[in-house]
Design a protein around this ligand. Structure first.
Ligand SMILES: [Zn+2]
Length: 196
């Protein structure tokens, strides 16, 4: 077995190290030495403490990264939850608004200051002239009344000229006695003859 001579980098003692080895311990001071370049017979002491410190530092870094990842994940989940909650609230508000405008009037308000509609859209009211109904509704305070003629060839024979064909409030049949917003859209169609 061949040995090479080297000097301990820590205590300068002469060391005899087996050829081919990459690390050894100084027989005098115990320093771990590493063969850095065999041809030049250069040995370096190994700073165990520095390695340990580096390892601990690395573990701390890994722990930090793990924690960061956990936090990111948590933030992501909370983000999704907040977005979900936001959409949910928007939907609830939207649905609420739809119901509000269903009769053109909020449920609460209608009991306070709505105007009671005297008519339903049924045959009884059709014996009245439409102008009579318009006057009556205008007097009650309704402000958005439109009238349209409804032509029919039998109107003259039946004696229905200018009688009510239909009453709609906010595109629906009115309920007699129900309170409506004064600005509700009232559409009255009345019979005219298309026979001349
Ligand atoms: Zn030594």
């Amino acid at each position: 077995m061949k040995f090479i001579n080297a000097q301990c980098p820590s205590c300068n003692a002469s060391l005899s190290i087996e050829e081919g080895r990459t690390t050894a311990f100084c027989t005098y001071c115990g320093t771990k030495v590493i063969l850095y370049n065999e041809n030049e017979k250069v040995f370096r002491s190994v700073d165990e403490a520095a390695i340990k410190k580096a390892e601990v530092q690395k573990e701390i870094e890994i722990e930090k990264i793990k924690n960061q990842e956990k936090e990111n994940k948590r933030n992501f989940i909370f983000g999704i939850l907040y977005i979900g909650l936001f959409i949910f609230i928007i939907l609830i508000l939207g649905i609420g608004a739809c119901f509000e405008s269903f009769d053109g009037f909020g449920e609460n308000q209608s009991h306070i200051d709505g105007i009671a509609m005297p008519y339903s859209d049924n045959a009884v009211e059709r014996v009245k002239d439409y102008s009579e109904v318009v006057d009556e509704l205008t007097e009650l305070g309704f402000t958005n009344i439109e009238t349209y003629p409804h032509a029919s060839p039998t109107v003259k024979i039946m004696g229905l000229e200018n009688k009510i064909y239909s009453i709609k409030i906010n595109s629906k049949a009115p309920k007699a006695g129900k309170k409506y917003d004064p600005k509700s859209s009232i559409v009255i169609e009345y019979f005219i003859s298309n026979m001349f």
